[in-house]
Design a protein around this ligand. Structure first.
Ligand SMILES: [Zn+2]
Ligand SMILES: [Zn+2]
Length: 289
């Protein structure tokens, strides 16, 4: 499943990203929302994408704007097969060096729509494996896809002065949050969580048929602002450094509605934890910790 050579071969490879000491991970959300999702995660030894939900051309543009190139991407970690997360995978046949990590059901669903075979690396949902200097854990989430997952990425060790433990929970596209999802948020210091819709704006939306609204708000749809907020309230801890609220619906949510929902939690967490709301279609600057 995992290429052992690449797992252990990164040290001394000389391609260091020049991350300042004690900053082990760098995250930049390149795009977020129903039009496409993709983030760039970098450590000293790995440069990976979380999802690739844009056209190949757009992905290349986003990466260039982030100061890197597609040829430098080592791997892509896919949450599920929906187009807004996996549309760009087909383009990776041009860069077979980049390994595409997914569970078997997701890989099958993506490959069925793709042309030439990508370089798949199949993991079992619920397992932890290493990719170079990253420890990657996948966990199941309830969403209307084949076998959707969230991820926790960790780097370093608690007692290592030069590479202290850093971790990121990645959680989009889920209708509700079962107990095991809570655990991953509690064990991370940066969390990315979807805050998809405001129920009132969804209800008032005239462009979506009733059945679509039911799907979005259902147990296998997307988290509303209040559901995301309840999840974060239940899992918040003093170690959180930053919360990114993502995958906002352009039509059925607003920055103001999100701000309002999360205001009490922000006040409770204080200045130790920053909140960043990612506008639909937008991204973030690179952030290191
Ligand atoms: Zn989805
Ligand atoms: Zn999505």
């Amino acid at each position: 499943m995992v290429n052992e050579r690449s797992v252990f071969g990164w040290r001394g490879s000389g391609r260091g990203l020049g991350l300042p000491p004690h900053m082990a991970m760098r995250l930049q959300i390149l795009g977020s929302g129903s039009a496409g999702n993709c983030a760039l995660l970098q450590t000293e030894g790995a440069r990976v994408l979380i999802d690739a939900g844009f056209s190949w051309r757009k992905l290349n543009e986003l990466l260039r704007a982030a100061g890197t190139r597609m040829e430098e991407i080592d791997a892509v970690f896919l949450t599920h097969e929906h187009g807004d997360h996996a549309a760009g995978v087909d383009g990776f046949k041009k860069h077979p060096r980049a390994e595409i990590y997914a569970n078997a059901s997701t890989a099958r669903a993506v490959q069925a729509k793709a042309g030439r075979e990508a370089t798949w690396r199949i993991f079992e949902t619920g397992t932890t494996f290493r990719f170079r200097d990253l420890e990657v854990t996948s966990f199941s989430v309830p969403h209307d896809a084949q076998e959707p997952v969230g991820f926790r990425f960790a780097h370093g060790h608690a007692d290592d002065l030069f590479a202290p433990r850093r971790s990121l929970a990645w959680l989009t596209d889920l209708g509700h949050a079962p107990g095991h999802v809570h655990r991953h948020l509690r064990e991370s210091d940066v969390v990315v969580v979807e805050s998809n819709h405001c129920p009132k704006l969804l209800e008032a939306d005239h462009r979506r048929p009733w059945s679509t609204k039911q799907r979005i708000s259902g147990r296998h749809g997307h988290l509303s602002n209040s559901a995301a907020c309840e999840l974060l309230e239940a899992t918040a801890h003093a170690g959180w450094r930053r919360v990114f609220l993502t995958h906002l619906s352009r039509d059925c949510n607003s920055l103001a509605a999100v701000e309002q929902s999360f205001a009490p939690l922000r006040a409770r967490l204080g200045t130790a934890c920053a909140f960043e709301v990612v506008a639909p279609g937008g991204g973030t600057a690179a952030w290191e910790w």
